[in-house]
Design a protein around this ligand. Structure first.
Ligand SMILES: O=C(O)CCC(=O)C(=O)O
Ligand SMILES: [Fe+2]
Length: 203
């Protein structure tokens, strides 16, 4: 893979992994079009999850797309896999070319407002292999995204994910760091996030 870290795109993590932000990966115009398209045409669902033995609805809407047939178990949740649509395939190809890799699935998240969030987690499912490359695309309202050391639970590294930005996470990132998209009491509009992944086998 070509070297992705340079002065304009520094590694946001001090050690044990690489996280690189590309703030204007998509133009504002492209981003507006993708946002409207995904808002209306993704089969969004609010899925229940079991946390500490209690069933609750996830604080966001989700959908899974990819080229694996059938179902995929992700974080204790079995999700149906939908077929790529052409705007999704277009984004996937652009990312694959730029980052010299390939993806076979994408998890879509829809955060309706500041009350929707994703808690601390690592994307370290077995199906992703040892050192997964995860590419996260954001459209819509800017939200804060945070990393913290998985063992020490500190310090927190915060960044803003803007409309049209791409965040790349690679190497040991999912082993040493956890990440989240915190709630906010500030008035924020909806945000759509796409995380492209390569699943090595079914979950
Ligand atoms: O919405 C985001 O930026 C985070 C998404 C995420 O961490 C995930 O889908 O695993
Ligand atoms: Fe994640």
């Amino acid at each position: 893979m070509q070297h992705l870290i340079d002065a304009a795109h520094p590694n946001l993590l001090p050690a044990h992994g690489e996280a690189v932000l590309f703030p204007d990966f998509f133009t504002p115009r492209e981003s507006d079009i993708y946002f409207d398209y995904f808002k209306n045409d993704v089969s969004w669902k609010q899925e229940p999850v079991v946390l500490f033995g209690k069933k609750r609805m996830q604080p966001r809407l989700t959908a899974l797309y990819g080229d694996i047939n059938g179902e995929y178990s992700y974080s204790g949740l079995t999700m149906g896999v939908n077929d790529w649509t052409s705007p999704m395939a277009e984004i996937k190809e652009k990312l694959e070319k730029r980052f010299e890799t390939s993806f076979n699935s994408c998890l879509f998240n829809y955060y309706r407002d500041g009350k929707d969030y994703m808690g601390w987690h690592r994307d370290n499912e077995h199906a992703l292999g040892e050192y997964p490359l995860i590419v996260s695309v954001s459209f819509g309202s800017t939200r804060i995204f945070q990393f913290r050391d998985y063992k020490e639970k500190m310090p927190v590294i915060s960044l803003e994910l803007d409309h049209g930005s791409v965040l790349l996470m690679k190497r040991q990132t999912q082993e040493y760091w956890e990440h989240r998209l915190p709630k906010t009491t500030l008035p924020v509009g909806p945000r759509i996030n796409l995380t492209f992944r390569l699943l090595l086998h079914k979950g």
